[in-house]
Design a binder for this molecule. Sequence first.
Ligand SMILES: Nc1ncnc2c1ncn2[C@@H]1O[C@H](COP(=O)(O)OP(=O)(O)O)[C@@H](O)[C@H]1O
Ligand SMILES: [Mg+2]
Length: 250
Amino acid sequence: MIRIQELQKNFNGLRVLRGVNLSIEAAKTHVIIGRSGSGKSVLLKHILGIIKPDAGKIFIDDLEITALSEKELDKIRIKFGMVFQGAALFDSLNIRENVGFLLYENSRFSKSEIKEKVTNSLSLVGLKDIETKYPQELSGGMKKRVAIARALCFNPSVLLYDEPTTGVDPIGADMINSLIKNLQNKLGTTSVVVTHDLNSAFKIAHSISMLFGGKIIFTGTPEDLKKTDDSKLRQFIDGNMSGPIKEVDI
Ligand SMILES: Nc1ncnc2c1ncn2[C@@H]1O[C@H](COP(=O)(O)OP(=O)(O)O)[C@@H](O)[C@H]1O
Ligand SMILES: [Mg+2]
């Protein structure tokens, strides 16, 4: 459903993506793992068309999105729900206004329609009776769930999650993992999750890819990854997950 071909991106000489190739199947959960700073968020932003590549192509259902104008992209973006790194909620807006943010901007919907859509989205993430609360009254895990509810408002066929469990306590993180799995089962969406949390990846993924040195160096099932003997993968799996991006050519 999503096909990425030879994607390259530099920032001021820093070669973040060096020819990424990746195919993502529809109606499954695909997790992209990698160290902090390896370019996971940058890759996700390319799929949404927020960042333009220096070279390479991305196809969504055989449509080359890297060749589209901003106006054409807007029509495609409606299919995507994005859960940004950190919950990215507005402190001055209540939960209903936060979840319905994009719906309020779109004059197609009446206030009562928005209210209903917001309530439905919140119930999908297991939250109710919090519409008039403010973000600062919620726990970190609840804020993430609100951010997921916001991404669900337009009934997306693709859900993109950027570090959904980062900064959440272990119990909250497990709740988010279950939620991602349940939503995938219930709605049949294509889910793409980027994370450096391997524990989460193993719990939710149908397939996993690893981004390293600006390329995808592995794609397979969680079981394949667990039994790999590749040294770079093993190092990551066995806990060496922090530290800056390594400048290596592979
Ligand atoms: N808009 C930008 N301008 C300049 N550098 C950027 C920009 N976005 C990301 N980078 C750099 O690209 C690298 C990868 O970033 P990122 O994708 O956020 O990593 P990850 O999500 O894997 O932690 C980092 O070195 C980061 O500083
Ligand atoms: Mg990131």
